[in-house]
Design a protein around this ligand. Structure first.
Ligand code: CFN
Ligand code: HCA
Length: 540
């Protein structure tokens, strides 16, 4: 069977065939054949519990809070309250890079843990946590210490918030706060993002009222500096004369969060992980937000122009155009060089909560077609677009998370633009939150699958034999063993940056090397060449 012989609906049926009826029914709602509907986007089930027994690609709530949102900030000491495994396996696995800055404060290479033992589970771990906070303070005198709950902490009921409050008071000059981000709190990493966002906003954002230098001040939300992406974006912004005062949270610092309320505009890169902070900054401080995307050269240019349009200054806009013209030349040259070899090839992308969408643009710039894609833990708005479900903020796994009250103490803030100017902008066609979502951006007949699992991944590869498959470390080797090159779009394997202009050219070359390597066609497992080697199981 070749891919051409299959319709997308037949593939969906094939994927479901093996499941017991109840599982098939549940999975069917998460697998969508993309069809053009007249006035709406097809609906997909997302952000629901993974079915027990299937091998999911997802991670846990603790991973989303400690690893994703808080992990990339260098000068906060992150203490994991729990057994050592949860600390060790979250230790620098995400390839978020940082520049330690003039003060050299960088605690990211450390793994701080209370290393809970059986006796702590039985008698409680609060004393041990207090001692760990004191020890970290005595050793490093950091501005902030954050505490993260792992599953057993929630189960035995240690009050990490009370301990943190007590230690904050005792230490005096160190902001100590905690996250109830037990792994089981939600259905995926996504709940962890929400918990992290709320606590950072409540305990840190706006705590320092210093003026910030620079013109056209923005916050860059949802950029984690994987493989140096944040460095490249900062380079481009700087060339344009735009001042990034706080990145949440790649290459960021305590002070950046504390003064983020001084920005004129928030630019949201990964909507899934940080839309909560964007909304809270808008509600409490009147800072509007726009959706940007720096993955893809065209997307980068478009995002810069959008920032220019928001500020509306001719000098800024001219400078942005000059930078785009200059940066695009080598990008176009790189594109022209590889395109004869990449044009028409196919890709599958199953990643997190935004990259499976954003990276489709980069593949399109290579002339490659995304035939199937999906997120691990995104919500329906990431699939269908924000406009489709206008006020959808809290759903499924977020339901039990306390919403922080942001409007109770609005801070006097003078927005850069008056209400009239804002309205004028919108009337001129400026769309603040024009986030389309993955589904409307994909071709008719393509497959969109949420929370893909190991079985379905292998089936898809078997049927379509894509030229490249993109996912994470757990998928990497099982896919490569099927003879298909596999690119990690979480860690970038050992590469990057892929954001911005230089990143785009970098990505083109990397993908060219991968999809045109002949090594994959030579790959045959021993039992494929010598069938007598394959194992046979005899059941007595
Ligand atoms: S850096 Fe981001 S871009 S934050 Fe999120 S949704 Fe993860 S860690 Mo892995 S690579 Fe991935 Fe996104 Fe936003 Fe990263 S696609 S799964 S939680 N993600
Ligand atoms: C996480 C982090 C992760 C895992 C990547 C992977 C990352 O979800 O806990 O599965 O390869 O980007 O490091 O998404």
């Amino acid at each position: 069977n070749t891919a051409a012989a299959w319709t997308a609906s037949a593939v969906k049926e094939e994927l479901l065939k093996k499941y017991p009826p109840k599982v098939a029914r549940k999975r069917a709602a998460s697998i969508l054949v993309n069809e053009a509907l007249e006035n709406s986007t097809p609906e997909i089930q997302a952000n629901v519990r993974t079915i027990p027994g299937v091998i999911t690609m997802r991670g846990c709530t603790y991973a989303g809070c400690k690893g994703v949102i808080m992990g990339p900030t260098r000068d906060i000491v992150n203490i994991v309250h729990g057994p050592i495994g949860c600390s060790f396996y979250a230790w620098l696995t995400r390839r978020n890079q940082t520049d330690p800055g003039p003060d050299g404060q960088n605690y990211m290479p450390y793994a701080f843990s209370t290393d809970m033992q059986d006796s702590d589970i039985i008698f409680g771990g609060e004393k041990k946590l207090k001692a760990a906070i004191q020890e970290a303070y005595d050793l490093f005198h950091p501005k902030g210490i954050c505490v993260f709950a792992t599953c057993p902490v929630g189960l035995i009921g240690d009050d990490i918030h009370a301990v943190s409050r007590e230690m904050k008071e005792k230490l005096g000059d160190c902001n100590v706060f905690a996250f109830s981000c037990e792994g089981y709190k939600g259905v995926s990493q996504s709940a962890g993002h929400h918990i992290a966002n709320n606590q950072v906003f409540r305990h840190l954002v706006g705590t320092e009222d210093r003026a910030k230098e620079g013109e056209y001040k923005i916050n860059l939300l949802g950029e984690y500096n994987i493989g140096g992406d944040g460095f490249e974006i900062d380079r481009v912004l700087k060339r344009c004369g735009i001042t990034n005062i706080a990145t949440f949270s790649g290459n960021s610092s305590y002070d950046q969060f504390a003064t983020a309320h001084k920005a004129d505009l928030s630019c949201v890169m990964c909507h899934r992980s940080i839309n909560y902070v964007a909304d809270m900054l808008e509600t409490k401080y009147g800072i509007p937000w726009i959706k940007v995307n720096f993955i893809g050269a065209e997307a980068t240019a478009k995002s810069l122009r959008k920032i220019g349009q928001y500020f509306g200054d001719k000098a800024l806009q001219d400078r942005i155009e000059a930078v785009i013209a200059e940066e695009m030349a080598p990008v176009k040259a790189a594109q022209a060089e590889v395109r004869p070899r990449t044009q028409g090839k196919t890709a599958m992308l199953f990643v997190g909560g935004s990259r499976a969408h954003h990276y489709q643009e980069l593949f399109a710039e290579l002339g490659m077609k995304t035939i199937a894609a999906g997120y691990e833990f995104a919500h329906r708005d990431d699939y269908e677009g924000r406009q489709v479900i206008p006020n959808l903020k809290v759903d499924a796994d977020s339901r039990n998370i306390e919403e922080i009250e942001v409007s109770a103490d609005p801070v006097a803030y003078k927005p850069r633009k008056s209400a009239g100017e804002m309205q004028g902008l919108e009337e001129s066609g400026f769309a603040f939150k024009d986030y389309d979502g993955m589904i409307p951006d994909m071709d008719k007949g393509s497959l969109v699958i949420d929370d893909l699992n190991q079985y379905e991944a292998e089936k898809l590869v078997e049927i379509f034999k894509p030229d490249i498959f993109c996912a994470g470390i757990k998928e990497k080797y099982s896919i490569q063993k099927l003879g298909i090159p596999m690119k990690q779009l979480h860690s970038y394997d050992y590469g990057g940056p892929y954001a911005g202009f230089k990143g785009a050219a970098n990505f083109y070359r990397e993908i060219d090397r991968m999809v045109n390597s002949r090594v994959w066609s030579y790959m045959k497992a021993p039992w494929q060449e010598n069938p007598e080697l394959s194992a046979t199981y005899v059941w007595e």
